[in-house]
Ligand binder design. Structure first.
Ligand code: SF4
Ligand code: SF4
Length: 391
């Protein structure tokens, strides 16, 4: 079978099995990407979740020695929630980024790619191939760009002219030659909306992301969140969509045809307080199938506490006090102390003073002390103001 015919058969089959976009790229080394990744590492911009071996990340022949082509696929996911529940006083809600709506996309894309792999084997029984989705060694975005799925935006997302950037990417490296597609020529032009909207300035240059400052990454860390980022988190529990929400390419884009990605609104915009009393089993049952659960319960609970502080939810004070006194995890106790300091009021102050007597962990003690200083300052400001008012 001629390579153009194999490609055409794979394209047709991709449509049949619900792949939204398919593109073909050569398996040549990603030379320019390698240079960028070296600079990125030198600047300390990596998240730490990436494959550390840059050779593996940029040379497909490290995966399959005779690699000739890479088949890239994209699946569109929804950007709008049907009838989202609203936060109410005392019943505030957190939010999961869209990439965590519905079933974990890693499974969905892998299943599609496995079908495609089977098809390739039917067409060329001697073909060798390897599937990657997000956690593979290659850069999904670099592959998608080369395969003509879309262009690389200033927010580092791949922007498909047809689908926008709410797309999941995956690929399959193979030793079969398939005629490559042309990269997309469209670009962001003069637009800088994503860079202007980023709450932390993580988009340091067009197309360059400092992952260490990116909320999407920070929501997935397990330790204490640096104080300067806590306020920026808002009610985000997992991920951050801001630089895609503001993108004009995504305006009016909302693809809902992939049923696996339909969000359960109570899952992706859950009530905050119940998240703090969940057992491991309850967590697994409720969130285990979502991409946003991969780091376990602790980061989500830490972010939940930060979100309660964001809303200044006074009704959460008893729960935060309980966590501060009883939770075995210092990150949860320390973040609760910080949140009590943010929410304020007499009962928050009392809770902090009580915990200060028995707390032994150094970081938690520091958080309690900081929170008390903040509350004492606020209370003396208030007194000063009252004295001025009443003369
Ligand atoms: Fe900034 Fe959020 Fe985009 Fe990260 S995901 S670059 S924090 S807007
Ligand atoms: Fe490009 Fe503008 Fe979209 Fe940023 S917001 S990715 S600059 S089109």
């Amino acid at each position: 079978m001629h390579s153009a015919e194999i490609k055409a058969a794979l394209q047709a089959y991709a449509g049949e099995i619900g792949i939204d976009q398919i593109g073909f790229a050569s398996a040549d080394p990603f030379v320019e990407l390698k240079e960028r990744l070296v600079r990125h590492r030198e600047l300390g911009y990596e998240s730490g979740f990436e494959e550390p071996d840059l050779k593996k990340r940029t040379e497909p022949t490290e995966t399959i020695p005779a690699a000739k082509s890479i088949i890239a696929i994209a699946l569109a996911y929804p950007s709008k929630m049907p009838h989202p529940p609203r936060s109410k006083e005392g019943e505030y809600r957190g939010i999961f980024a869209r990439a965590s709506w519905g079933t974990d996309y890693h499974h969905v894309l892998r299943a599609k790619l496995e079908k495609l792999q089977q098809k390739l084997l039917e067409l060329v029984p001697v073909a060798t191939s390897e599937i990657m989705v997000d956690t593979g060694v290659l850069s999904d975005r670099a592959v998608a760009e080369r395969a003509g799925i879309g262009w690389s935006g200033k927010n580092t997302s791949i922007l498909s002219p047809h689908l926008g950037s709410w797309i999941y990417l995956g690929e399959m490296v193979t030793d079969i030659y398939l005629p490559p597609d042309q990269p997309v020529t469209q670009s962001c032009g003069e637009c800088t909306a994503c860079m202007d909207a980023c709450p932390t300035g993580a988009l340091v240059q067009p197309g360059q992301l400092n992952a260490q400052a990116c909320i999407a990454y920070l929501t997935q860390t397990k330790g204490f969140l640096a104080e300067q980022y806590r306020e920026k988190l808002g009610n985000r529990l997992y991920g951050c969509d801001t630089c895609q929400v503001v993108c004009p390419i995504n305006r009016k884009v909302n693809f809902t045809h992939q049923e696996a990605f339909t969000p359960d609104v109570e899952e992706v915009k859950p009530l905050l307080k119940p998240l703090l009393t969940m057992s491991n089993r309850q967590f697994k049952n409720r969130f285990g199938h979502m991409a946003g659960s991969w780091r376990g319960k602790k980061p989500l609970q830490r972010n939940t506490i930060i979100a309660l502080a964001h809303f200044k939810d006074h009704s959460s004070i008893p729960l935060l006090q309980q966590l501060l006194q009883e939770d075995p995890r210092p990150v949860i106790r320390g973040t609760s102390a910080w949140a009590l300091g943010k929410i304020g009021g007499e009962s928050a102050m009392e809770a902090l003073q009580l915990a200060q007597v028995s707390e032994e962990d150094e970081e938690v003690c520091a958080e309690i002390a900081q929170a008390l200083i903040r509350l004492e300052k606020e209370s003396s400001h208030r007194e000063e103001k009252e004295n001025v008012t009443f003369g």
